[in-house]
Design a protein around this ligand. Structure first.
Ligand code: GAL
Length: 687
C-alpha cells in the first residue's frame, strides 16, 4: 500500500523505505567526530551489514549556525560517503534540539512547566509546541533539507523530529495559553458548552468570559479533571500539528516515506492510534526497564502495540540498545545473547527494521555511558561481535520481510482512558491503568497467546477474545460496540473500574458500569477498595485465588456467579461473573489478580473463547508471522537451559511437515531443541 504524494502529481509514496531485505543500522551522529572517523565508520558498517542509518537528528545548530544561514557542506559529504558505500539514509529534521540562537532570540518559546518553571536551553527537547516562532523555524529547516536532499538516491525516508511527547509534553507557556482557548472554542463551540462539559458548577468554577479560562496549572487543590483531560488531548493535538507541519514541508519536495519515532507504551502524552494515521510508516523506539526481571514482556507489549497502531503492517524499530542505557538509576548491561533475543522479539511481532541508538558511542555529553553498536571498547568487544552476528542473522531471515503477525485476541488500549484514570482523587491510587494492562498482557504472554492492542470503538468481530483491563473512560458508543461484539458471539473479559465515566470524565447515569450492564449482566453499587497490602480471597475457580487493590459491591442482573469473596470488604459476595448474552459471553472480574492468580480465570475464559494456549514452557516466547507461501515461527528461549520440545509440542509449534531454521540452515526432525538463551526462526510451509 502507498499513499499519493502531492509533491509529484500523485506519484505514490512507498509505505516502507526502499532498502533491500530487512533494515539494519542505527542513529548515526558523524558531526560528533572528525572526518577520518567517518571512513572507518562506513567500513565497519559494511562489515556489520548495516544498510540504513538515521542522520542529523540533533544537528540543527550545525546545519543552521545562525538564523537563516545554512551549512550543508558536511551533511553533503556524509550522505555522499554513505551512498558510495551502499548505505541508505533515514534523514532527520533536527527540530528536537533547537539551537542556542533560537532560545536567545525567542525566549518566550521556552517550555514552562505546570508549576511555572521556565525550562532553559543547554539540553535538548523542543521549544513550546505552540510557539509560532518555533513552528516557523522548524518548517523552514525541514523545507531546506527536503529541497536539498528530497530526491537524493541515498535518502530513502524522513525522520521528523525525535520522540514527540518527551522530554517535552505538557507546556504552560504564553503560547500554550493562547492556543488552548482557540482549541477549546473549537471543541466545545461555546462557553456554555465548555461549562457543561467540565461540570464547572462544581466548586463554583463557572467561566463568564473566554479569557478567564486558564491552563490547568498548579492550584490550591485538585484541578478540574475534565479540564485536565482536555489538556492532555490538547497537548497531544499540538504536538501532532508540529509533526504534520514538518511532514507537509517535506512532502512539497520529496516523495519518500515520512515517519517519526514513537515511544510505545512508555510515553503517555501521545495517542499513538491517532499518530499512526499521520505517518507513512510507523516506527518505534524501545528500551528495557532494567529494574524489571520480566522486562522482555514489556518489550513484547511495546512491539505488539506498535504493530497494532500500524494496523498490522510492517513497522520499524528505529532505536533500541546493544547493551546498557545510561538514564535509569542502575543501568544493567545486556547479557550475552540478550540483544539477539530482544531484536527477534521485535521482529517476530512485525518489525521489518532493527535499528539502534546509536552507531558509535559518544565521547562527550550526557549519553557517553550509553551502549552503542561501536562501543568505547571498539571492535575487540562482545558487543561488536554480537552486532556483526545480528547483521548476518537478519540477512539470513530476510525473507520474513512483509509477512504479518496474526493475533486472535485483543487487549483494549485507549489513551484517553489512560489519561483520565491516572488523574488525582480516584477511589484508589493502586488502581493504575498501565499496571492492569501489563499484568493481563503478562498472563497472555506466559500462555503463548499473541495479542493485538485494540481501541474499544473499532471493529472487534474478528477476535475470539477481547480483554478490557482498564476501560475507566468508556463512551456509550464504545460500550455499545463491546455489547454488539458479545452479542455476535465474542468473549469479553472486563476488569474492575471499567465503564465508569464518559468522554468528559462524567459518571455514567444508571450506576457504575451501567453502559456494560447488558453485556456483563452485572453493575456496581459501590466500590470497595482495599487498604495497602490488604488481600481478599476468591473461591469458585479451579483453585482459590488472592486479589488485591479492589473489590466491588456487585449487583448481579442476569450473570452467573463464578467466583465468590470469602473474606475482605465484600465477603460472601460475587467476585467473578460470567454472562451469556446473545451468542457470546461477558466476564467480569472485580478484584486485582496478578499474572499467577489470573491463570485459573483465564483458563475458563479461553475455553469460552476457543483460544488455545501454546502449551510450551512458560519462558519460551513464540510468535508467528504469515507470508504468502510460508509461515515463520520465531521461537525465543528466555531461560539459560536447552529446552527440548517433544513431538506433540513440535507439531503444535510448527506442524508435522518439514521445517528449516533460517538462522542455521538446519532441517529439523521430530523433536526440536531450543538452545539456552537462543533464538530460532523456523520456516514452515503455509499450513
Ligand atoms: C531515546 C532518544 C535517543 C537517545 C536514547 C537513549 O529516547 O531518542 O536520542 O537519547 O533515548 O536511550
Amino acid at each position: 500500500m502507498s499513499t499519493p504524494s502531492p509533491a509529484d502529481g500523485g506519484r505514490a509514496t512507498p509505505a516502507f523505505p526502499d532498502v533491500d531485505g530487512l533494515c539494519y543500522g542505527g542513529d548515526y551522529n558523524p558531526e560528533q567526530w572528525p572526518e577520518d572517523v567517518w571512513h572507518e565508520d562506513v567500513a565497519l558498517m559494511r562489515e556489520a551489514g548495516v544498510n540504513l542509518v538515521s542522520v542529523g537528528i540533533f544537528s540543527w545548530a550545525m546545519l543552521e549556525p545562525r538564523e537563516g544561514e545554512y551549512d550543508f557542506g558536511w551533511l553533503d559529504r556524509v550522505i555522499e560517503l554513505l551512498h558510495a558505500n551502499g548505505i541508505r539514509v533515514d534523514l532527520a529534521t533536527p527540530t528536537a534540539a533547537p539551537p542556542a540562537w533560537f532560545f536567545a532570540r525567542y525566549p518566550d518559546s521556552r517550555v514552562v512547566t505546570r508549576d511555572g518553571t521556565v525550562l532553559g536551553p543547554g539540553s535538548r527537547g523542543m521549544a513550546a509546541p505552540t510557539s509560532p516562532e518555533y513552528r516557523a523555524a522548524a518548517v523552514r529547516i525541514a523545507s531546506k533539507l527536503a529541497e536539498r536532499y528530497g530526491d537524493h538516491p541515498a535518502v530513502v525516508m524522513w525522520h521528523v523530529h525525535n520522540e514527540y511527547g518527551a522530554p517535552v509534553g505538557e507546556d504552560f507557556s504564553v503560547h500554550a495559553q493562547r492556543s488552548w482557548r482557540t482549541w477549546l472554542r473549537e471543541r466545545h463551540g461555546s462557553l456554555d458548552g465548555l461549562n457543561a462539559a467540565w461540570g464547572t458548577r462544581f466548586w463554583g468554577q463557572v467561566y463568564g468570559e473566554w479569557d478567564q479560562v486558564g491552563l490547568p496549572a498548579a492550584s490550591p487543590s485538585v484541578v478540574n479533571p475534565a479540564q485536565r483531560l482536555d489538556f492532555a488531548r490538547f497537548t497531544d493535538a499540538m504536538l501532532r500539528e508540529c509533526f504534520v507541519a514538518e511532514r507537509e514541508a517535506i512532502r512539497a519536495h520529496s516523495s519518500r516515506p515520512v515517519t517519526t519515532n514513537f515511544m510505545a507504551v512508555i510515553c503517555p502524552t501521545t495517542d499513538l492510534f491517532a499518530w499512526a494515521r499521520e505517518v507513512d510508516v510507523v516506527s518505534n523506539d524501545h528500551y528495557l526497564t532494567a529494574a524489571d526481571p520480566r522486562t522482555h514482556v514489556r518489550l513484547a507489549l511495546a512491539a505488539d502495540l506498535t504493530r497494532s497502531v500500524a494496523g498490522g503492517k510492517p513497522w520499524m524499530l528505529l532505536e533500541h540498545s546493544t547493551s546498557a542505557v545510561n538514564w535509569q538509576p542502575r543501568n544493567v548491561a545486556k547479557r550475552a545473547g540478550e540483544e539477539a533475543r530482544n531484536a527477534f522479539s521485535h521482529l517476530g511481532r512485525g518489525a521489518d527494521a532493527i535499528m539502534f541508538f546509536q552507531w558509535r558511542a559518544s565521547r562527550s555529553g550526557a549519553e557517553k555511558f550509553h551502549s552503542a553498536m561501536v562501543p568505547h571498547a571498539g571492535t575487540r568487544s562482545r558487543v561488536w561481535r554480537e552486532v556483526v552476528q545480528l547483521g548476518a542473522d537478519l540477512r539470513a531471515v530476510a525473507e520474513v520481510r512483509g509477512s504479518r503477525t496474526q493475533a486472535d485476541v485483543a487487549l483494549l488500549w485507549d489513551q484517553e482512558s489512560f489519561w483520565a484514570q491516572d488523574l488525582e482523587w480516584r477511589p484508589s491510587v493502586d488502581a493504575q491503568y498501565a499496571e492492569r494492562i501489563l499484568t493481563f498482557y503478562d498472563r497472555l504472554w506466559r500462555d503463548g497467546v499473541t495479542v493485538d492492542l485494540a481501541q474499544p470503538s473499532q471493529d472487534l468481530s474478528h477476535y475470539k477474545l477481547v480483554v478490557a483491563p482498564a476501560s475507566y473512560l468508556l463512551t456509550r458508543d464504545a460500550a455499545a460496540n463491546l455489547t454488539r461484539y458479545v452479542e455476535g458471539g465474542g468473549t469479553l473479559l472486563v476488569s474492575f473500574f471499567s465503564g465508569i465515566v464518559d468522554e468528559d470524565d462524567r459518571v455514567h447515569e444508571g450506576g457504575f458500569m451501567a453502559p456494560l450492564r447488558d453485556a456483563l449482566g452485572v453493575w456496581v453499587e459501590e466500590f470497595l477498595p482495599l487498604r495497602e497490602h490488604e488481600t481478599t480471597t476468591v473461591t469458585g475457580l479451579a483453585r482459590e485465588v488472592t486479589g488485591t487493590v479492589w473489590a466491588d459491591d456487585l449487583v448481579v442482573d442476569g450473570a452467573d456467579v463464578v467466583g465468590t469473596y470469602t473474606d475482605g470488604p465484600a465477603a460472601g459476595q460475587p467476585a467473578i461473573t460470567r454472562h451469556a448474552h446473545g451468542a457470546g459471553h461477558g466476564w467480569y472480574v472485580s478484584t486485582s489478580l496478578d499474572a499467577d492468580e489470573l491463570a485459573p480465570l483465564m483458563e475458563r475464559v479461553y475455553a469460552d473463547a476457543g483460544v488455545v494456549p501454546s502449551g510450551l514452557p512458560e519462558d519460551v516466547e513464540v510468535v508467528v508471522r504469515s507470508g504468502a507461501d510460508a509461515e515463520y515461527v520465531v521461537a525465543i528461549n528466555h531461560t539459560q537451559d536447552v529446552i527440548t520440545l517433544d513431538e506433540p509440542q513440535r507439531e503444535r509449534l510448527a506442524g508435522a511437515g518439514p521445517v528449516v531454521d533460517l538462522l542455521t540452515g538446519d532441517k529439523l526432525g521430530d523433536t526440536l531443541d531450543l538452545p539456552a538463551g537462543g533464538v530460532r526462526v523456523l520456516r514452515v510451509e503455509a499450513r
